[in-house]
Design a protein around this ligand. Structure first.
Ligand code: FO1
Length: 313
């Protein structure tokens, strides 16, 4: 019988673990992705976290950055620049095909999740990648310059301004899609990937009804595991460490565990943070200490295998 594993994921870090989990679970894996980073560029709907997970599961991901397609070219960007368009958000020529197809299908009346599932199937991805909602939600960060759209902060301003506050525009009117509700209802285990707890996992859990779905699963005895995105006090990628501190949290594995207390049963921390295991366990979670660095396909599969053994035993 197929075991169903649901993962919650943001961009690059989440996509790496999702790829490892897919190697173990195949079509039993459903990945709920953050859509708060989504944006409209050149009139096209771009979904960075969905697309990063998609390219990783399809084996197409750009090796150094982790987002975009390996070997992509940027001729369209160069030509757009010639017309005076802003091109700081770099969309590769092959990547653009995804945004063109998705935007056309949504404009023709397709529901976002159905459109995404169709594109995933076209790339031969066996696992399902589910936007956290079909409704638009936009993460915005307040800096000394006022409120900024997420990609303006993340890419254009290179995550340099301090983040003073977060908000998720559209969240109160959003709901999990029927596919997300069904995934949580049939889950045998849930894994929170090593993504930014505030701007990647945070928006997913803030969708009204999402947390209820996780709690209903836990009430049935479904284990929830989470992997720390903070190793040795630093984010492996992105601004999570600075953001945690700036918003009054601790940039440590235990600090992330504290944010998930009451929702997570097993918390996976890196071997360098072994000293924090007791603090994690004091929060009511079992601490699993292992090598969490996912440098290559083999290490992704190994970490995922350890997690699967913990939660689907
Ligand atoms: N990140 C960058 O740092 N610079 C970019 O120009 C950029 C373009 C881009 C295009 C498509 C896509 O799916 C992702 C892209 N990203 C880029 C990554 C993205 O901004 C972040 O990884 C996520 O939003 C954070 O999870």
């Amino acid at each position: 019988m197929t075991r169903h594993l649901v993962a919650l994921a943001g961009g690059v870090g989440g996509a790496k673990l999702a790829e490892g989990l897919a190697a173990h679970c195949g079509d039993g894996l459903e990945v709920i992705v953050n859509t708060g980073d989504d944006c409209v560029r050149h009139g096209l709907l771009v979904m960075p976290d969905h697309d990063t997970v998609l390219y990783n599961l399809a084996g197409l991901e750009q090796a150094v950055f982790g987002w975009g397609i390996e070997g992509d070219t940027f001729a369209t960007m160069d030509q757009l620049a010639a017309y005076g368009e802003e091109t700081w958000f770099r969309l590769g020529d092959r990547d653009l095909a995804l945004h063109i197809a998705r935007t056309a299908r949504v404009r023709a009346g397709g529901r976002l999740t159905e459109v995404c599932l169709g594109l995933q199937a076209a790339l031969g991805v066996a696992s399902r990648i589910l936007p956290m909602s079909d409704d638009p939600v936009a993460t915005e960060v307040r800096t000394a310059d006022g409120w900024l759209e997420f990609q303006e902060y993340f890419v254009h301003r290179r995550q340099e301004p301090d983040v003073l506050e977060l908000r998720f525009a559209g969240m109160t009117a959003a709901a999990p899609s029927p596919e997300v509700v069904a995934a949580l209802d049939r889950a045998d285990a849930i894994v929170v990937c090593p993504s930014n707890p505030l701007v990647s996992v945070g928006p997913i859990l803030a969708v009204p009804g999402m947390r209820d779905g996780v709690d209903r699963a836990r009430a049935r005895g479904v284990p929830v595991a989470a992997v720390s995105p903070i190793v040795g006090g630093r984010a492996l990628k992105g601004p999570a460490d600075r953001m945690l501190v700036g918003l009054g949290h601790e940039a440590s594995a235990a600090g992330v565990a504290r944010l998930y207390a009451g929702m997570v049963d097993v918390f996976v921390i890196d071997a360098v943070d072994e000293g924090e295991a007791a603090a994690v366990e004091a929060l009511g979670m079992r601490a699993v200490v292992t090598d969490t660095i996912m440098g290559d396909d083999a290490s992704r599969a190994r970490l995922a295998g350890e997690i699967v053994a913990e939660v689907l035993a």
